[in-house]
Design a protein around this ligand. Structure first.
Ligand code: PHE
Length: 348
């Protein structure tokens, strides 16, 4: 067989093989087996040196044509295979945007935060400032400056976690009274503030006690503030938290930082005052402690108690939430169980 015929035959064989190839890798093997150093076409071309010199240009031309044709054919086929592979991959990876998405569960404001924000709103509307205190507090501010000196018996009721003998986790939000009193500039107007936050006591946790809970402190100091102002303010608070037709009742009590001191009861929101299980048959529910600020507290903070007077109150959002929603165990607020918390979805 002449070289020209050989070339034609080899080309025809290569074309058939290339046509059958299904991957770029197969195609490359075919290319090497025909056009590579030891490839079939290459070895045919090696025979050119044995043909008569006058025939060489003709055969050389033919050989170049065959090589070019095969090269072009292979590269076109390669392009096509690559395109097909890409299309297959794209198809496999298509995202169906019409499929339903994964449900991301959304939380909601914690019920205690809701209560605190409601109370903040009420007092902001009456021109009070909201002041944040420190949870880690000194014995000085937590006790001494609110009229509870060392060895005062009332300290027993508020045992806490000590960091050093002088530094502790605050047992109530009352230290903020002294902190704001000493920094308030009375020439600029009265002091009206509330201070919500966490407090700590060394209690054994049970259904109604938690070693960490919340309080909201309130204080108003100015000239001519009387107990009538305290009563009016608390009445408004009770109505806001428990409904418009609530009434309040003040009972004498004792706190070292107020004189006189009172416990404040609200008429039962469930039975309206006739007696039920929520108010334990009394018609009244105790909601907070309050009183007229003790002159010692004012004087220790450098405020003239002959000129200024006022009131303070402290309430527990945990207890308010328990009463309002009939929650019988305070620990529910701190377990982070969504099944419990989801029930208090704020509307709007
Ligand atoms: N600090 C008191 C407590 O924790 C509450 C209180 C605050 C009472 C302000 C009167 C005035 O029990």
């Amino acid at each position: 067989m002449g070289i020209e015929e050989q070339l034609t035959t080899v080309l025809a064989k290569a074309v058939i093989e290339a046509d059958k190839a299904e991957s770029v890798k197969e195609l490359e093997t075919i290319r090497v087996s025909y056009l590579g150093k030891k490839g079939e076409i290459t070895s045919v071309l090696k025979g050119v040196k044995d043909v008569a010199p006058e025939q060489r240009p003709v055969i050389g031309k033919k050989a170049n044509e065959v090589r070019d044709e095969l090269t072009t054919l292979l590269s076109h086929k390669k392009e096509r295979l690559e395109k097909e592979a890409l299309e297959r991959q794209l198809e496999k990876e298509t995202i169906d945007v019409t499929l339903p998405g994964k449900q991301v569960s959304k939380g909601q404001t914690h019920v205690l935060t809701q209560i605190m924000e409601e109370i903040e709103d009420l007092f902001l509307g009456m021109g009070y400032q909201i002041i944040e205190g420190n949870e880690v507090e000194s014995d000085h501010y937590n006790f001494e400056r609110v009229n509870l000196p060392q060895n005062h018996p009332a300290r027993d009721m508020q045992d806490t976690f000590y960091i050093t003998p002088d530094v502790l986790l605050r047992t109530h939000t009352s230290p903020i009274q002294a902190r704001t009193l000493e920094s308030h500039d009375f020439s600029k107007g009265p002091l009206k503030m509330i201070s919500p936050g966490k407090v700590y006591r060394r209690d054994t946790d049970d259904a109604t006690h938690s070693h960490q809970f919340h309080q909201i402190e309130g204080m108003v100091i100015a000239e001519n503030i009387t107990m009538a102002d305290l009563k009016g303010t608390l009445e408004l608070l009770a109505k806001k938290m428990f409904g418009e037709d609530r009434e309040i009742r003040l009972r004498p009590s004792y706190f070292p930082f107020t004189e006189p001191s009172v416990e404040v009861d609200v008429s039962c929101f469930k039975c309206g005052g006739t007696g039920c299980n929520v108010c334990k048959g009394t018609g009244w529910i105790e909601i907070l402690g309050a009183g007229m600020t003790h002159p010692n507290v004012l004087e220790m903070s450098g405020v003239d108690s002959t000129k200024y007077s006022g009131f303070a109150f402290g309430l527990g959002p945990d207890r308010i939430a328990m009463l309002k929603y009939g929650v019988d165990d305070i620990r529910n607020f701190y377990l982070n169980d969504q099944r419990f918390l989801k029930q208090f979805k704020r509307k709007g």
